[in-house]
Ligand binder design. Structure first.
Ligand code: SUO
Ligand code: CP
Length: 315
């Protein structure tokens, strides 16, 4: 594996999950592997988990870590080719990424979608420009359309907590006050469709994910029906893909409540975090024994470490 930007970069999914679980048992077993190697983590957007867990994962592999909030700390970057740069952007990604590549052996990039122009966002221009110009492996720290480190974490967490060989996993849309990216649900669906799980997506009409992500998942528009017999409830808000970037629904019937959790097979509650309490999920659920959101976030370290180890071995 060279770049890590989607599930398609992973040759053997269950081997990657097992590597994460193995690293969780012996975090320091490969301290020599990344010695004298540097990872640069570039953030165009806010982060708590991705920033700290990836930094910790790199350190446990012996790597040196540099973190930069692009835009806030460095120059505004122009991403498009051939433009006359007489606006507010001082540097082109052609130079910026190439220079960063001089300092780093692996580069991580977080860049959310603008949620205005669907074609632009789904072209993944920022990620692709870094792949083109850095000359070093690129790890997605959540791009315009995907969040693969989160999805690998989610699969590791499901593997740890499942009680049956093929658990029923439900991705349920939930309300939110802001228009959010489709990255987490796109990616989660893409990974679940490749895993050995019984996968359902529940969302209001108008919230269909792009078909390349939802694939053959079972779809329901009923906020309750999918909960029946579920082993894992994975909640996430996203804005519409069809009516791009819009909020079409704010019906609180889509919030994850204790009443709905009671319909499940004693399901575990998952969310990538950050989460809006009592908008996306009731306190009574996130504070219950069935909530594994903290363990899930903890597993971000092992997902990142599995990915970085695999990339380091290919250098
Ligand atoms: N990295 C995890 C999720 C990041 C982002 N959430 C957010 O922006 C939440 C913002 C808020 O609640 O104000 C998303 O949905 O893709
Ligand atoms: N889940 C996740 O990616 O969290 P951060 O946005 O805080 O990194």
């Amino acid at each position: 594996m060279y770049n890590f930007t989607s599930v398609n970069d992973v040759q053997d999914l269950s081997a990657m999950v097992n590597l994460g679980l193995q690293l969780k048992k012996s975090p320091n077993a490969f301290r020599e592997l990344g010695k004298y190697k540097t990872i640069g983590l570039l953030f165009f957007n806010s982060s708590l988990r991705t920033r700290l867990s990836t930094q910790k994962a790199a350190q446990q592999l012996g790597m040196d870590v540099m973190v930069m909030n692009v835009g806030a700390d460095s120059w505004q970057l122009e991403m498009t080719e051939g433009v006359i740069m007489n606006g507010d952007k001082a540097e082109h990604v052609a130079e910026a990424a190439a220079v960063i590549g001089q300092y780093c052996d692996i580069v991580g990039v977080r860049s959310f979608p603008g949620l205005v122009d669907r074609n632009y966002d789904y072209s993944e221009q920022v990620l692709n420009q870094f792949i083109k110009y850095t000359g070093k492996p690129i790890v997605s720290l959540e791009s315009a359309t995907r969040h693969p480190l989160q999805s690998l974490t989610d699969l590791i967490t499901i593997e740890e907590h499942k009680k049956t060989a093929r658990p029923k996993v439900v991705l349920t849309w939930a309300p939110h006050v802001k228009a959010l990216p489709q990255c987490v649900p796109n990616s989660f669906a893409e990974w679940m469709n490749r895993a050995d799980v019984d996968f359902t997506i529940a969302h209001p009409e108008g919230y269909e994910l792009a078909p390349e992500f939802s694939g053959n998942a079972r779809i329901t528009h009923d906020p309750k029906a999918a909960f029946i017999g579920a082993d894992f409830i994975y909640a996430k808000n996203w804005s519409s893909y069809k009516d791009y970037g819009k909020i079409l629904n704010s019906d609180p019937a889509w919030m994850v409540t204790k009443e709905k959790m009671d319909l499940t097979n004693n399901a575990k509650f998952m969310h990538c975090l950050p989460v809006r309490r009592n908008v996306v999920v009731e306190d009574a659920v996130i504070d219950s024994e069935n909530s594994i959101v903290i363990q899930q976030a903890g597993n971000r370290v092992w997902a990142a470490q599995a990915v970085l180890k695999t990339i380091l071995e290919s250098l």
